[in-house]
Design a protein around this ligand. Structure first.
Ligand SMILES: Cc1cc2nc3c(=O)[nH]c(=O)nc-3n(C[C@H](O)[C@H](O)[C@H](O)COP(=O)(O)O)c2cc1C
Length: 254
């Protein structure tokens, strides 16, 4: 039996939705919570078999971001229980949860439960706007109770989660965020970029070869000087218009 006293929440959350969704689950499980941002991990981070860890990543194109997959190799599971969260913006999570579980198994975790959770779409913010909301939070209390009940059982099994191998092929759009004349060169975007794609000396430029289009620079800019090119925005809005008025539900796989 896993004598859980606290839960560690490990996440990659460029615009904060993944972190919020995972913290909601952790807090509703009634344990002390430790917060670990994958962006600030620079070396190995080890767990042991008594640990329980919520690991959350955003869904990018039905996959997990390559940056997150790389950072997950810093985690050493040591038999710890992972509760996984593929956090997505109302379109679909496709192979992301399966890929996340596979990555963590390879790092020595046992998967206790998988979840697909909703958060605001970071590219088109009026899709799943305001999520996770109060209703999501209440649902996390139910998910948390069901997870704890399962982990109390002797000989519990890892969940079957949806998704296919090989994982779907996805390439990010060949665009970068643009900067307009209101940029005050404060350098916040450069400081917060997880992949150092924005030079501190010239924050209005972006290195396309490094940029993972995670939207953090756009979301942290205090004067809203950064945005995707208009054509890309129009294309995304059109692509997401069929899911704009749908409320997708969080899912739990035990
Ligand atoms: C490059 C990119 C690709 C995305 N692809 C998907 C997707 O395939 N399906 C989906 O529902 N949401 C997708 N989203 C939305 C994010 O998964 C969602 O907004 C997530 O909550 C962002 O996490 P964050 O707030 O922690 O950055 C994508 C977002 C970005 C930036």
């Amino acid at each position: 039996m896993n004598k859980m006293e606290h839960i560690t929440v490990v996440y990659f959350s460029p615009t904060g939705g993944t972190r919020k969704a995972c913290l909601n689950l952790a807090m509703e499980m009634g344990k002390k919570v430790k917060d670990v941002d994958l962006c600030s991990l620079e070396g190995e981070y080890s767990f042991g078999s008594e640990d329980t860890v919520i690991v959350g990543v955003p869904v990018f194109g039905g996959r997990i971001p390559g940056y997150a997959a790389e950072k997950l190799t810093y985690l050493k599971g040591g038999g710890a229980v992972a509760l996984t969260a593929a956090v997505y913006g109302n379109r679909a999570f496709e192979d992301a949860l399966l890929e996340l579980d596979d990555c963590l198994k390879a790092q020595g975790f046992r998967i206790g439960a998988g979840t697909a959770l909703l958060a605001e779409h970071s590219m088109v913010r009026d899709v799943a706007a305001g999520r996770p909301d109060n209703q999501d939070r209440k649902e996390m209390a139910d998910f948390g109770a069901r997870i704890l009940e399962k982990l109390e059982e002797e000989g519990w099994q890892e969940p079957q989660v949806p998704g296919n191998r090989p994982y779907r092929d996805w390439k990010q759009m060949p665009v970068i965020p643009l900067t307009n004349a209101s940029c005050i060169s404060c350098g916040l975007c450069a400081a917060r970029c997880p992949v150092q794609a924005i030079p501190v000396s010239n924050p209005s430029s972006t290195d396309q070869a490094r940029c993972i289009l995670c939207m953090r620079c756009i979301s942290v800019c205090p004067v809203k000087a950064r945005s995707l090119p208009e054509q890309a925005c129009a294309m995304l809005e059109q692509k997401l218009s069929p899911v704009r008025d749908i409320r997708r539900e969080n899912e739990l796989f035990l």
